[in-house]
Design a protein around this ligand. Sequence first.
Ligand code: HEC
Length: 125
Amino acid sequence: MKNNLLTILAIFIFAALILTACGGSSEPTYSAEDVAAGGVIFAATCSACHGPDAKGLPNLGKDLTTSEYIRDNDDEDLLQLLIGGRPSGHELNTTGVDMPPRGGNPSLSDDDLRTVVAYMRSINQ
Ligand code: HEC
């Protein structure tokens, strides 16, 4: 009887450990297609201010490769930032320069911008 209880306890602990391990790796993964499509959009629309290497351009756009904002926010938050932009009067704006809605390209759909989020994840350290 005592042995059975110990076995059940051991199974519980084991299951809890596995669940914890899986929970820690719940980060979304991005398909190579999305990253590539986002890179094409980035080069066409975002690089004008953020630079072709996404390292930023003086008085235009911030360095996205080292951006803590990208690192610390989830995909939905990043999508909302891209949709709405960040005007110079916004509380999070640090440069006094506008980040335009949809990067200034209204023809980009939300799904287009999702691929750009995937691309930003791939370049952000
Ligand atoms: C007209 C110039 C311009 C264009 C085009 C532009 N941005 Fe920006 N972006 C900015 C500026 C300026 C900021 C910084 C605003 C601030 O001070 O917080 C910014 C901020 C950002 C941030 C937040 C970075 C951080 O660390 O806070 C992200 C992410 C971003 N841009 C992504 C993009 C993407 C993706 C595109 C293309 C779809 C794009 N931007 C197009 C000017 C631009």
